[in-house]
Unconditional design. Structure first.
Length: 659
């Protein structure tokens, strides 16, 4: 019997492809199944990491999460681990990723890996010796990877098993070898292998070891103990006891009060070192290349910058170099990039001033030799003045050799603002680094009176030694009209870093869905960008622009600025000079420029409702918006014209030159 090309058993028929409503229903069911699977996967992962997560610790270390009312475990699972936020007092994400670098490439949550890896270990669970919060789970200490036999042989002669066991009574009766414990997890927890060696101190004072993620005791045993420039010291039980007294109990409240005047009390473990520079010591190939590059030229002023990438400090350094070239002549000024090779914005710097990338020549040198080479350069070019614009190498040199350097050159540092740690403590160049070298500076320059007053109050400087310079900005033609877009457009631009409070920006956008927020920029200091905060549909992320004029034709209704701490930011100056109405927080030096006559100031940096109210007031009153934008342009023209900056810089540099 002839058959069709396809035949079926009795009672069966070929499956018919869904059409119309059936197709939509099938698609919806498939989407629903995927969403259910994703929700189940997420719930299962949360359950696996929950035993190792300390919610109280996480909220204390991340006040922005607490203020937003977010569930801490879910925040860590979604975004926190990508932002480097530690989930537990005894779990350091950076250290764990250093042990398992493949996790970063795979984009895998380190705590989830820890939970999975720990479940398969046939080792006793050990409670941490260092106490966590009252509600913290007991995080096991585990052998992450077995140490190599040759590494164990190198350190065993110097390892004090009795001393190590005294730090970890849980090891009593455990099959875990104390030396293996130290070589795997102990050094990451900064425990001490001997009373003669402090793990924490060695890591803190030997940056190359710290930055490369090396085991400090192994490094010392193999090479560090033979290198005279290495700094190590005995582990001090007395120091630990004093720190505990300092950080807990009745004294902690007194410390918090004193910290407002002297922020360095938040770092009690810092010690004083007396050292001397070894000048004119050749450093092999690096020194030879540098001599050839310099070619015997002399320069009156050497400007030290870390690099030239997207930052207000780098841009202001360019303005300073331009002014110095006008005052002294371009052949008298040398610019050294000390911390990185980036030169992303050459237009910020005058082409006739010589630039040298010192970072490329010192990248492979130990810290001590980097400092020696910098001082050799300064001596070799006959520098009379050294001006530091945020160079970490310069701050390290000033801190270690400031007394001696001050006898050879006039030391000047340009300061913009301090940083703030995740715990809320002030830190950064105006805090730790300046404290070590304040007495050796001929002068200090700032971009805001806010910071100048703080420096005078904390260090007792007389007014003439700390000078506020008006950041130069060329004001455009007075604005005559503002855009009236049917759907308002806000402009935000800057680094996608923690300081700039992207979480606040996202919250403001969510609270104002009728406005489009055009967000220009990229991460510079942090790895996670705005995508980590799940931006809503009305945030349009754009790459950074080189000049504000490139994007102004899009017609923005106002400029929004968010930040937790600041000096007097270039972004605010640029927007004001272009005639954009401004909404900004009252942080740092911003209130020196923005008030109720020149813009809309938000008293608290994280006040989302305050931002929204001022944005509505701006959009509801176009006449006031235009009036304040014009007033801001006039204020900038009066205070921040480039010629004012050059004159102020000349006065500041000459103020202390009298014999």
């Amino acid at each position: 019997m002839p058959q069709d090309s396809a035949s079926f058993p009795a009672g069966d028929s070929p499956a018919r492809a869904p059409e119309g409503e059936d197709a939509r229903r099938a698609e919806g069911e498939e989407t629903g199944r995927k969403e259910e699977d994703e929700a189940a996967r997420r719930a299962e992962e949360l359950a696996r990491i929950a035993p190792f997560f300390d919610a109280a610790f996480y909220l204390k270390r991340n006040p922005d999460v607490a203020a937003a009312g977010m569930d801490p475990l879910q925040h860590f699972h979604s975004n926190g681990w990508r932002e480097g936020r530690n989930p537990h007092p005894n779990f350091a994400l950076a250290a764990y990723l250093a042990r398992f670098p493949a996790l970063r490439e795979e984009g895998r949550n380190p705590l989830l890996h820890f939970a999975d890896y720990h479940e398969g270990l046939a080792q006793a669970e050990l409670r941490p010796a260092r106490p966590a919060t009252d509600t913290a789970p007991a995080l096991p200490a585990i052998a992450l990877t077995p140490p190599a036999p040759q590494d164990l042989m190198a350190v065993r002669p110097f390892f004090d098993e009795a001393h190590y066991r005294a730090q970890l009574p849980e090891l009593a009766g455990s099959p875990v070898d104390p030396l293996v414990h130290y070589m795997t997890i102990g050094w990451i927890e900064e425990r001490d292998p001997s009373p003669e060696f402090s793990t924490r101190y060695y890591l803190r004072r030997n940056s190359d070891v710290r930055e490369k993620g090396l085991n400090p005791f192994l490094h010392w045993c193999r090479s560090g103990r033979h290198e005279p420039h290495r700094q190590s010291r005995s582990a001090g039980a007395e120091e630990a006891r004093l720190l505990e007294v300092f950080e807990t109990g009745p004294l902690a409240a007194a410390v918090a009060d004193v910290e407002t005047l002297e922020p360095m009390v938040a770092f009690p473990a810092n010690e004083r070192r007396v050292t001397g520079p070894q000048l004119n010591r050749p450093l092999g190939e690096s020194a030879r290349q540098l001599r050839e590059t310099l070619g015997g030229r002399h320069y009156r002023t050497v400007v030290l910058v870390p690099h030239v990438r997207m930052s207000g400090g780098a841009r202001l350094a360019g303005a300073g170099v331009r002014a110095l070239a006008e005052l002294e002549g371009p052949d008298e000024v040398l610019v050294l990039r000390t911390d990185g090779p980036e030169f992303d914005y050459p237009e910020w710097y005058p082409a006739e001033v010589r630039q040298i990338d010192l970072s490329a020549l010192i990248a492979d040198l130990p810290e001590e030799q980097r400092l020696r080479l910098l001082i050799d350069v300064l001596n070799g070019v006959g520098a009379r003045r050294v001006i530091n614009f945020n160079s970490r190498l310069a701050w390290d040199a000033f801190g270690r050799y400031g007394r001696q350097m001050a006898q050879l050159y006039e030391l000047t540092s340009y300061l913009f603002c301090w940083d703030v740690t995740l715990e809320g403590d002030r830190t950064g160049y105006p805090i730790q680094w300046l404290r070590q070298s304040a007495d050796f500076h001929a002068r200090l320059l700032t971009d805001s009176e806010f910071l100048s007053q703080d420096l005078r109050a904390r260090f007792g400087f007389e007014a003439g030694r700390v000078t506020t310079l008006p950041t130069p900005i060329r004001t455009g033609p007075e604005v005559t009209a503002l855009p009236r877009n049917p759907r308002p457009r806000a402009l935000w631009a800057g680094r996608h870093d923690r300081q700039k409070r992207l979480d606040v920006l996202v919250a403001v956008a969510r609270a104002n869905p009728q406005i489009d927020f055009h967000v220009y920029g990229k991460p510079v200091l942090d790895q996670a960008g705005i995508e980590a905060f799940d931006p809503p549909f009305n945030i349009l992320v754009r790459p950074p622009y080189r000049r504000l004029e490139e994007v102004l034709p899009e017609g923005f209704d106002f400029y929004l600025y968010t930040s937790q701490w600041d000096g007097l930011p270039n972004a605010v100056l640029e927007a004001g000079a272009a005639g954009l109405p401004l909404v900004a927080p009252a942080v740092g030096g911003i209130p020196e420029l923005i008030d109720d006559r020149t813009g809309w100031l938000v008293p608290e940096c994280d006040d989302v409702a305050g931002y929204s109210a001022r944005i509505r007031a701006l959009l509801d009153d176009p006449e006031a918006a235009l009036s304040r934008a014009r007033a801001l342009q006039r204020r900038l023209a009066e205070r921040h014209a480039p010629e004012h900056y050059s004159a102020a810089l000349k006065d500041a540099l000459e103020k202390d030159l009298a014999p």
